[in-house]
Design a protein around this ligand. Structure first.
Ligand SMILES: Cc1cc2nc3c(=O)[nH]c(=O)nc-3n(C[C@H](O)[C@H](O)[C@H](O)COP(=O)(O)OP(=O)(O)OC[C@H]3O[C@@H](n4cnc5c(N)ncnc54)[C@H](O)[C@@H]3O)c2cc1C
Length: 381
């Protein structure tokens, strides 16, 4: 291992210690309250910004931490460890900030990234609409050029960070007749923006503290300089190029959730007794956990390989799709089998495993559904 790699590794483990300490002290104690409120408190975002967790992989010159995807993976893993993927830091850091970094102009980067890094601006990305999810080209939201402005009209749904977002990257049609080739990404700063309205914070079966919302745009006027990169009709291509990293964000969460669930279940079955002995001494418990641990280990090895490829710039679309599809399928399976070993307690909301179970379900649906992942893999058979 060369010196740079060693140094990076030491730096990453220090980063992990800081993250773990912050989550234990300032996130864990509030989880139940935030689940009831349907969102994470804005203060927690600000605190995360203060200690350098937001925009961890953005360059220092734009207020970021100067790290790379491994830092983002640490954040996702440590949230999975406490069973709180609801806190959508990874969406803010590893999905939205890269759009601005890769496609924004210098002025756009300077305007948004430092505020995102400080937690003054919470970001959301609004692609999905009531009638267009997997089929993104079918979106109906439009952005009309009027003089030096864009006028945005339409409706979005299922938008993570929707209630809190100060900056929404909106996918809109700038050329109505051009399908995917007529989509642009336009930033809307939500403060004092007439015509922008937040709808319901949607009630979900899991991720209760993630404010997944409807957003409405009624003739919202934004300066043309809010068009990401200033060149119209590039949105679809921009979205596609970032997908491998977005798939890995989900895969990292899946693998870390499996690992945490296995560890929790081993601890639980060691202590819980039935018929005069710990549950862990029943052959069924041992075999279930042996299978779960094997699955998590295999997933980890594949994921690490994908992360290395991502860092080297060689992660292809099909492999990223395999990672997202397979790890999330395994997450569902492993967590279901772990929950069973908790018996009735596994169904009680006070147990983390119950949240892991409901939170896992959406992993197969969002970020490109697993059926779409199989389509992408199949195109390269
Ligand atoms: C909790 C949560 C958070 C989300 N956060 C965001 C966000 O921040 N921003 C955002 O823009 N969106 C977000 N989404 C939306 C999410 O990305 C979409 O739900 C997802 O892409 C699927 O779209 P859909 O719900 O319209 O389902 P549909 O596209 O209607 O799909 C329904 C079913 O049909 C299948 N299907 C569709 N097309 C095909 C095909 N070609 N071949 C085979 N099967 C197919 C799908 O796989 C699925 O099983 C979020 C969703 C949830 C639930």
């Amino acid at each position: 291992m060369d010196a740079i790699a060693t140094e990076k590794t030491a730096e990453i483990s220090l980063f992990r210690d800081n993250v773990r300490r912050f989550f234990a002290a300032e996130i864990l104690p509030h989880i139940a309250e935030w689940r009831r409120q349907g969102m994470v408190a804005r203060d927690a975002w600000r605190r995360a910004g203060e200690i350098g967790l937001l925009c961890a992989s953005m360059p220092v010159e734009f207020g970021g931490g100067g790290g790379d995807f491994r830092h983002e993976a640490v954040l996702i893993e440590e949230l999975a460890a406490i069973g709180f993927g609801d806190f959508a830091i990874s969406l803010h850091n590893a999905i939205i900030a890269p759009y601005i970094l890769h496609y924004g102009t210098e002025a756009q980067k300077r305007r948004w990234l430092p505020r995102m890094a400080r937690g003054e601006m919470i970001a959301a990305i609004a692609m999905t609409e009531p009638d267009a999810g997997s089929d993104l080209q079918a979106i109906r939201t439009t952005a009309r050029r009027v003089g030096e402005n864009y006028v945005i009209s339409g409706q979005k749904t299922f938008i993570s960070n929707g209630q809190l977002a100060d900056l929404v990257i909106v996918a809109a049609k700038t050329r109505g007749d051009a399908g995917a080739k007529g989509i642009s990404l336009i930033a809307v700063e939500t403060a004092q923006t007439p015509g922008f309205r937040r709808g319901r914070n949607l009630e979900k079966i899991g991720k209760h503290a993630q404010d997944t919302s409807e957003l409405f745009f009624d003739e919202v006027t934004v300066p043309a300089e809010n068009l990401l990169g200033l060149v119209p009709d590039q949105g679809f291509a921009q979205l596609m190029q970032q997908l491998p990293q977005e798939r890995l964000v989900i895969a990292v969460g899946a693998v870390a959730a499996m690992e945490a669930a296995v560890a929790e279940t081993i601890a639980y079955t060691r202590n819980r007794r039935a018929f005069g002995k710990p549950l862990l001494e029943f052959q069924n418990s041992r075999f279930v956990l042996a299978e779960a641990k094997t699955t998590a280990r295999v997933a980890r090895v594949f994921l690490d390989d994908c992360i290395e490829r991502l860092l080297a710039g060689t992660l292809d679309v099909a492999t990223a799709a395999m990672a997202k599809y397979w790890t999330t399928e395994m997450q569902g399976k492993v967590i279901d089998s772990c929950l069973q070993l908790f018996g009735g307690y596994g169904y009680m909301a006070e147990y983390t495993i119950a949240h892991r179970y409901t939170d896992a379900r959406v992993q197969r649906i969002y970020g490109g559904s697993n059926e779409i992942m199989k389509e992408l893999i199949a195109r390269n058979l």
